[in-house]
Design a binder for this molecule. Structure first.
Ligand code: NAD
Length: 498
């Protein structure tokens, strides 16, 4: 096998080493012995250099007409289409998700490029009549400046693209700080930016861990906005750091998503949706189905069918096309999942499937954990309230729709939810009453499309929505209001016409 490549930071159009000359290996979670690459461990000095470059570049980039900026983004989409298979394979190697899901991750970035590129010829503002004669009023979108983009490892190309592409079309410059567990996919995205000719300094890429590279970015006075996706606790810290320097923070955080299965649901559909929601990406999605609230009339039948199907899922290296469930991301995440299994047992829940780490043969080389189903769960248990971020799902019983909704809403999180029912009245009541940013009817809690608003309530978000052009652009632009008085005299609002 060839020597693993060393990847550098990208600052002011140059690929350079971190100032401290320290690096960190990125390893394959399906096989710890395989080094994917060596990445820079950056710190304050590297962030300072990136912010300086980004500020300089921003002065020019903001003057490039938005339709021209967008042409670069459209071309990025075209390159990603050609490289989809290559980038998907490298993504599976760096973070473990099965290849078909990795292809979906690259596809999301393609979809974002094509969708947002169209925005270059919109970026609409508003005009409105003035209360005074011979005066015009308008508001228009202007860029913010330098945007810091901090991303997790579970959608290592899709999530950077959700931030990068709208930030660029709005005329901002950016610094991307990807997760240390999956920096390669963001590297590919940045290489594509370079390839399509986005001017130097507009896109900067700085790798390193949260404390040494992330914190200086959130604290830097030259950064106008931090767009963050990650855990709720890290998001809280990011928010505090942003408050200190009066910068904006757009936070996408954790989830504890509930699926309701009513007694009139099509059980075949609900079982397949629950499998996909709970175990895709090894349960490591912010929108993963981690609570299944089942009407008590069908509880036994649902659990029997669900457990049988979950037990038949194939766990293994995601590069094997027949694998359904890949490894967990790292040792720490594996330990966290195992700790929660013990917590669940101690709380009196019953792990009717899984619950024990896989270590035999090739499993011993990676961080493999089987699909795990807890029954006998009640809403106050920690396993029903805290984000586990692994292939672990809790089944809870409900007496009625009202009971199910109450259980679903009794959560500190509010990202995604779903209901399986054939009754249109129940479906509409759930759409109205589920306290989440996203609700699916007769579909799983996962599966967002990139052109719709994406985000959550409570500990899942702070009021922003990525995805859809109009909401993503709200994050990455500032409203500027302009009054033009062509009356030739001083006119006073609220006074001269009253
Ligand atoms: P994490 O919070 O550990 O890390 C996210 C990013 O923040 C990483 O780049 C990390 O290096 C950086 N970071 C860590 N500490 C920091 C600090 N003090 N200051 C600045 N940056 C810091 O999350 P993770 O383990 O990479 O990802 C999993 C989490 O992300 C889960 O909670 C999941 O629900 C959430 N997530 C949310 C969404 C969403 O859109 N709502 C999408 C995917 C993942």
């Amino acid at each position: 096998m060839a020597e693993p490549k060393t990847y550098r930071n990208f600052i002011d159009g140059e690929w350079i080493e971190a100032s401290a000359r320290q690096t960190r290996e990125n390893r394959n979670p399906a096989d710890k012995s395989e080094v994917i690459g060596t990445f820079q461990s950056s710190g304050q000095a590297d962030i300072d250099a990136a912010v300086e470059a980004a500020r300089k570049a921003w002065r020019r980039w903001r003057q490039v007409p938005a339709p021209k900026r967008a042409e670069h983004l459209f071309r990025m989409g075209e390159i990603l289409v050609r490289r989809k298979e290559e980038y998907a394979r490298e993504m599976t190697r760096e973070m473990g998700k099965p290849l078909r899901e990795a292809r979906g991750d690259v596809q999301e970035a393609i979809d974002v490029c094509y969708h947002i590129a169209g925005e270059g010829r919109r970026l609409h503002g508003h005009t409105t009549p003035s209360e005074l004669p011979n005066k015009s009023c308008l508001s228009m979108r202007v860029p913010l400046g330098v945007c810091g983009l901090i991303t997790p490892w579970n959608f290592p190309m899709a999530i950077p693209s959700w931030k990068l592409i709208p930030a660029l079309v709005c005329g901002n410059s950016v610094i991307i700080k990807p997760s240390s567990d999956a920096p390669l996919s963001a590297y590919h995205l940045v290489k594509v930016c370079q390839e399509v000719g986005i001017p130097r300094g507009v896109v900067n890429y700085v790798t390193g861990d949260g404390e040494s590279a992330g914190t200086p970015l959130t604290r830097h006075a030259g950064v106008a906005l931090i767009s963050f996706t990650g855990s709720s606790e890290t998001g809280r810290q990011v928010n505090l750091a942003c408050a200190d320097t009066y910068k904006r923070a757009a936070l996408e955080m954790g989830g504890k998503n509930a699926m309701i299965v009513m007694d009139d649901a099509r059980l075949d559909l609900a079982v397949e949706g629950a499998l996909w929601g709970a175990f895709a990406t090894t349960g490591q999605r912010c929108t993963a189905t981690s609570r299944i609230i089942v009407h008590k009339k069908i509880l036994k039948e649902f659990v029997d069918r669900f457990v049988e199907r979950a037990g038949s899922l194939k766990v293994g290296d995601g590069l094997d096309e027949s694998v359904d469930v890949g490894p967990l991301i790292n040792e720490a995440q594996l330990k966290k999942v195992m700790d929660y299994i013990q917590i669940g047992r101690d709380e009196g829940a019953d792990p009717v499937l899984g619950g024990v780490r896989l270590t035999k043969n090739e499993y011993g080389r990676g961080f493999f954990f089987p699909p795990t189903v807890f029954t006998g769960v009640t809403r106050g248990m920690r396993i029903a309230r805290e984000e586990i971020f692994g292939p672990v799902v809790c089944v809870l019983a409900a007496d009625s729709l009202e009971d199910a909704l109450e259980i679903a809403n009794d959560s500190p999180y509010g990202l995604s939810s779903s209901i399986y029912t054939q009754d249109v009245n129940k479906a509409f009541a759930a759409m109205r009453d589920l306290e989440t940013g996203i609700t699916y009817v007769n579909s799983s809690t996962i599966g967002a499309e990139t052109h719709l608003p994406f985000g959550g309530l409570k500990k899942s978000g702070n009021g922003h929505r990525e995805g859809a052009a109009h909401t993503a652009i709200d994050i990455f632009s500032e409203w500027k209001t302009v009054y033009v008085d062509y009356s030739g005299k001083l006119q006073k609002a609220q006074m001269d016409n009253n």
